[in-house]
Design a protein around this ligand. Structure first.
Ligand SMILES: *Cc1c(COP(=O)(O)O)cnc(C)c1O
Length: 386
């Protein structure tokens, strides 16, 4: 074996022995309340398909219509010949929904965060980033070249002291946070952050990946719910929208700067226009999904109660992201495997996705689950909980 191959093998063996080697479960059905895995139909409690739209027949029809109207791929990067009228219509509709003047589509949320942060700030600027921010935000911070200060999780006072100490040294300051945190399900104190940013002339950059469709009037997100205007808002279309893609919303200057300077935008093929067509349909479905949002709340409340009754450690919360903290990765993997044998699919979340010592199951119901589905899942948890 070559030295290179041997080094790869050694690294994989290291991951394996630390219970940190990951292998995707391969699914043979659409994303939905149940999924087919390994020839079995199992209850899925680990998607971000919050409203069940990924396999909604109305969205499937929209995708077919989009393909008839616009064909397959866009054929080029956005700035070359890839931007279609329907992309621009989707950008306006999304911006309007979240209450900001304009937005720009990206192919994924990962590309949006990396590209936006890299374009908006640079050397000589300051970023203040929450300790539990998503990897795409972390990577965007690193790529920007700005001075990055990591502050303790969801702690506005820490943001304030950091700005007091560091603000004067930098040209531009940007506070970066998720609104609903992806692995913990808690909600950022957005009103305090906005006030602190205003005190210190800093911009507020929010990632609403897990809030859009779930929180706020017509699902318009956590900022809408708390009446906070961010300077930059990132939304993704692969979660509650049941599709794929993302957008960055803000002032028209934000949009134009990203269009010119975001490398993940400039040097990447435009999203297939059929997705923008389906996004416009999904947006209407999301806005009208009050019943699904109510159902999601009921399921989440019942799951939190039931999981606690089964003796598990469950944080308080008001979102459908329910972390069951277990500690070591092997414990999380064993519980996930045992649940799958019981017909319930909940993925183990391990470092580096979460900090060491906080491996967990991330339990997420969707609106398309029935009350019986939730009870079935809780019964399985009671049988196998450590
Ligand atoms: C999922 C997620 C992203 C990435 O979005 P993709 O469209 O999946 O690339 C970005 N930020 C947060 C907080 C996320 O949870």
């Amino acid at each position: 074996m070559s030295g290179f191959a041997a080094s790869l093998r050694a690294r994989l063996a290291e991951l394996e022995s630390a219970s940190l080697l990951r292998r995707p479960k391969v699914v043979a059905s659409p994303a939905g309340p149940y999924m087919e895995i390994g020839g079995r139909r199992v209850l899925c409690l680990c998607s971000n398909n919050y409203l069940g739209l990924a396999s909604d027949p109305r969205l499937v029809d929209a995708l077919k219509d989009g393909a008839s109207l616009y064909g397959g791929g866009s054929g080029a990067a956005w700035l070359i010949s890839g931007t279609n009228e329907v992309h621009v219509r989707a950008e306006s509709a999304l911006a309007n929904w979240v209450g900001l003047p304009s937005s720009l589509l990206f192919s994924t949320g990962y590309a949006a965060n990396v590209g936006a942060l890299q374009a908006l700030v640079g050397k000589g600027d300051l970023i203040i980033s929450d300790a539990l921010n998503h990897a795409s935000l972390i990577d965007g911070c690193r790529l920007s070249g700005a001075t990055v200060r990591i502050v303790p999780h969801n702690n506005p006072e820490a943001v304030r002291s950091c700005l007091r100490e560091e603000r004067a040294k930098s040209r531009v300051a940007l506070v970066v946070t998720e609104t609903v945190f992806s692995m913990d399900g808690d909600i950022a104190d957005l009103a305090s952050l906005r006030a602190i940013c205003d005190e210190h002339d800093a911009g507020l950059y929010v990632d609403e990946a897990h809030a859009l469709g779930v929180l706020g009037h017509e699902g318009a997100g956590a900022c809408q719910m708390f009446h906070v205007k961010p300077d930059v808002l990132v939304g993704t279309l692969g979660k509650a929208f049941g599709l794929s893609g993302a957008f960055v919303a803000g002032a028209s200057e934000v949009r134009t700067l990203l269009e010119n300077r975001s490398r993940s935008y400039v040097f990447s093929t435009a999203q297939p226009p059929l997705l923008a067509h389906a996004t416009l349909v999904a947006l209407e479905l999301v806005r009208a999904a009050d019943d699904a949002r109510a159902c999601l709340k009921t399921h989440s409340k019942r799951l939190r109660e039931g999981l606690r009754a089964a003796g598990l450690v469950v944080a308080d919360g008001e979102t459908p992201i329910i972390p069951v903290t277990l500690g070591q990765p092997d414990v999380a993997v064993r519980l996930s495997d045992a649940l799958l044998r019981e017909g319930v699919f909940v993925q183990a979340i391990r470092p580096p996705t979460v900090p060491a010592g906080t491996s967990r199951l991330r339990v997420v119901p969707i609106a398309a689950h029935s009350v019986d589905d939730i009870e079935m899942a809780l019964a399985a948890f009671s049988r196998v909980a450590p």
